[in-house]
Ligand binder design. Structure first.
Ligand SMILES: [Fe+2]
Length: 222
């Protein structure tokens, strides 16, 4: 068993009460990501690092989010990719991995970040799991009321390519070209992400793009 330095942060609101959640330390999150990269090298690792940076930058301006927690959660949101080249089952693999490691709140982000629309078929690629597993994910989404961390990663997942930060629309087209999975949820999902972006911008008082160094260059390929 790997040693897991833990950090308790009082930040999740449940029934108007702030409760403590336990996350891996930043050092442990980086170690998980590096181990995942050794198992399955790919663009998902650099994407995760940029998602973490975007989330931390937004959280630093947000009154109810913790930047270090955001960075840790961002590094781990796609950790299910450690299991290999998979479709949507990476969200379930990530959830199970972090649950086994004792981090249910980080595990939660693995499952929720892909579903601004809480329907299993709103994911970006095909499902590659059993009907029972699919039912589990839908049930989990049905039982979960998204909080600001869930929404933060539903947004930030679309703000980063492996090469750096980008316009939301660039990431969406990149994903569509790779997975060819346009369906009845695609447009509602994009609209939901636009709403999340707008809500965060109203709270932090600026455009999220102002917080992302190199976003113009990376989006337009300068
Ligand atoms: Fe991601």
């Amino acid at each position: 068993m790997e040693t897991c330095p833990r950090r308790e942060i009082s930040l999740r609101k449940v029934n108007a009460m702030r409760v403590k959640i336990t996350l891996p330390s930043l050092q442990q999150a980086k170690a998980y990501l590096e181990a995942g990269e050794r198992r399955n090298p790919g663009g998902w690792v650099a994407h995760s690092v940029h998602v973490a940076e975007a989330a931390a930058a937004i959280a630093a301006r947000h009154p109810r989010l913790d930047p270090q927690a955001a960075r840790v959660l961002g590094l781990l949101h796609d950790i299910g990719r450690r299991e290999g080249l998979t479709g949507m089952r990476h969200v379930l693999d990530g959830y199970r991995f972090l649950l086994r490691e004792g981090f249910p709140d980080a595990a939660r982000i693995c499952l929720t970040h892909s579903f601004p629309i809480p329907d299993v078929y709103a994911g970006s690629s095909e499902w590659d799991c059993t009907p029972e597993e699919l039912h589990f994910v839908q049930d989990y989404l049905d039982r979960t009321t998204f909080d600001e961390y869930d929404r933060l990663f539903q947004l930030c997942d679309s703000l980063a390519l492996p090469t750096g930060f980008c316009l939301l629309e660039k990431r969406w087209v990149d994903v569509l070209i790779r997975y060819e999975n346009f369906n009845r949820f695609t447009i509602p999902k994009w609209k939901a992400i636009f709403r999340i972006k707008s809500d965060f911008e109203n709270t932090i008082g600026c455009s999220v793009y102002q917080l992302l160094p190199g976003v113009v260059e990376n989006t337009f390929g300068f």
